[in-house]
Ligand binder design. Sequence first.
Ligand code: NAI
Ligand code: MG
Length: 363
Amino acid sequence: MAKTLFLLPGDGIGPEAMGEVRKIIAYMNEELAADFVLDEGLVGGAAYDAHGAAISEEDMAKAMQADAVLFGAVGGPKWDAVPYDVRPEAGLLRLRKDMQLFANLRPAICYPALASASSLKPELVEGLDILIVRELTGGVYFGEPKEIIDLGNGQKRGIDTQIYDTYEIERIAGVAFELARTRKNTVCSMEKRNVMKSGVLWNQVVTETHKRSYSDVKLEHMLADAGGMQLVRQPKQFDVIVTDNLFGDMLSDVAAMLTGSLGMLPSASLGAPDARTGKRKALYEPVHGSAPDIAGKGIANPIAMIASFAMCLRYSFDMVKEADSLEKAIADVLDQGIRTSDIMAEGARQVGTVEMGDTILKT
Ligand code: NAI
Ligand code: MG
């Protein structure tokens, strides 16, 4: 059956990185009869320039229909002064909201060849393979009330509200347990139950979900601050980490720095399974932004985008073998000492975006 992919390359280095994924898809269609059907739209500044919105209704509808969305990056100084509700980031936020992408998957994989680029000692991170599952549509970033009020005595009060309902915790925990089963079968849930009511509930609901449906998976609980400490002390103790929106934002950035460069990090955002087909809506994107400082120079590292496509193969199409072989090609190319400028090392050979993509494809 045809697999529909909707490509939103976006701005800056987004289209450059997406070009390398497009080559891999063309190869898979020709050589492996993979049957990917591509469509492409505009998002971010590119969409604003074309239609005055960060994504058009027509492209939104296509994203909702597709089996998976591949997203590049949005933004750049050109659009710094555009109105708030049509700024480039609004395109990504709209996609997350309308597709109800509540589960953000951020792997932190340390390729052996890059272990020395980590902020930690190489032996602590070599072979690291963690998956952080962050709740993305709830918690303190969205809870109401959310405001700054004037107290009238020269003082103001900033208010954000952390709210989690049972169903939100159940569904993110379910994603984490399911993913753990395809990995080392271990989940560590992180919250702050010692000081937060939402943390108490989080802990209870994760524990109950585990008992009810996933008791074959090993479950641990950790306070999120201790978790941050353990992430930099002994990161290889973790397999899957599940946590809320705020802690997940911070912990995934910490984990990112264990692995080397921003140009290496993929991500996936998943929605609930469709009631009829059982398929989850999904958007795959590199963690990095549009990198205006290097855009147009042909030097961007396409690995984060390519690794995001590998996640797409794995999670949206169950093409585990193909995902493994694409990830192995990335590791092999790094082993051969082929590097883009952001991960350049002594004795390595420096290549641009296109040559990096070609070399991965050939490997
Ligand atoms: P950035 O991720 O675009 O760049 C940070 C630094 O990392 C830059 O020096 C850049 O050259 C380097 N870098 C990033 N990706 C790279 C790659 N693939 N290869 C080589 N080097 C790479 O973050 P920054 O500079 O804070 O933001 C730039 C623009 O991107 C802003 O407009 C920001 O709003 C937007 N942005 C968009 C995101 C998205 O589309 N999801 C995420 C983060 C930022
Ligand atoms: Mg962040």
